[in-house]
Design a protein around this ligand. Structure first.
Ligand code: GDP
Ligand code: MG
Length: 271
């Protein structure tokens, strides 16, 4: 039986910044220049399935052009995450983000994961406007440290990426890192797992070499940031970086990068 989670995401930001356009682009892949504003509230549902769990996300959008004062805390209650949206062409909408965050926190009695989304990138660019963003104005709210992304619902720029950012943040807290069981290893098609430290110069050189060998033997290469995914690295018994591992029907285990080519040769010859 898979576990079912239901989580709520709210879209916050001043009237007119483009919240509805953003969510409609994400859900319906469309951009309507003029649409009727309905009363109350709209919400959209998206379900994500993982090996042992299902996550149902409800994305809440304030209908109409309501101001912060009118919305009230009820809309914000029970949110597991929020998109703080501001208009890149209107600085005051950025200045109002801390206020939106305060409401979110007050309604939930605790900090809630957020991302900051600067909207209407197309407009800012075509008008040659400087992009409004001054992190100091976010003070010590978590928004100051949150992921920041610039979007255009009109040109469909970074809209999926923005939703993916907040969804990943919510889901990563729910879904356990899978156990690397012998069974799982069997299921992995023969491929090279490459454990690296991000930004390490040697890792880059090694990756070049690995990719060449992989191409020769038609193998897939998967690069794993061992510091970001320490559980996976630990499960594989990785103690030093960079390290490669050949997984699949022919599990070789940890091998020296310099030996990769000769070992792959042996594996392929023995098939
Ligand atoms: P909301 O009040 O925050 O939900 O904002 P809306 O989604 O209703 O958008 C307000 C206005 O901005 C509408 O006229 C939209 O067509 C326009 N708009 C929204 N997103 C964009 C965008 O990415 N680019 C441009 N050029 N206009 C946008
Ligand atoms: Mg709206």
């Amino acid at each position: 039986m898979s576990k079912m989670f239901q989580r709520k995401i709210v879209l916050l930001g001043d009237p007119g910044v483009g919240k509805t356009s953003l969510v409609q682009r994400y859900i319906f892949d469309s951009f309507k220049k003029d649409y009727m504003t309905t009363l109350g509230l709209n919400f959209y549902v998206r379900t994500f399935e993982y090996p042992e769990s299902k996550v149902k996300l409800m994305i809440w959008d304030i209908a109409g052009q309501q101001s912060r004062r009118k919305i009230g805390l009820r809309y914000l209650q029970g949110a597991s995450g929020a998109i703080l949206a501001y208009d890149l062409t209107k600085e005051e909408t950025f200045d109002n983000l801390p206020g939106w965050y305060d409401d979110l926190k007050e309604a939930n009695g605790k900090d809630v994961p957020v991302i900051v989304v600067g909207t209407k990138l197309d407009l800012a660019k075509s008008n040659h406007l400087p992009l409004a963003y001054n992190v100091k104005k976010l003070g010590d709210t978590p928004a100051a440290k949150a992921n920041l992304i610039f979007t255009s619902a009109k040109t469909d720029t970074n809209v999926d990426a923005a939703f993916n950012l907040i969804i990943t943040e919510i889901v990563s807290g729910l879904i356990p890192t899978p156990d690397i069981s012998p069974k799982l290893l069997e299921e992995i098609a023969t491929k090279i797992l490459f454990f690296v430290k991000k930004g390490d110069a040697w890792s880059k050189v090694a990756l070049n070499h690995i990719e060449k060998v992989a191409k020769k033997y038609a193998l897939e290469v998967e690069t794993i940031d061992a510091e970001k995914d320490p559980n996976i690295a630990e499960a594989y018994g990785i103690t030093a970086l960079p390290t490669i591992l050949v997984a699949g029907r022919h599990l070789v285990g940890i091998i020296q990068i310099a030996h990769l080519e000769s070992i792959m040769h042996q594996i392929i010859e023995n098939k």
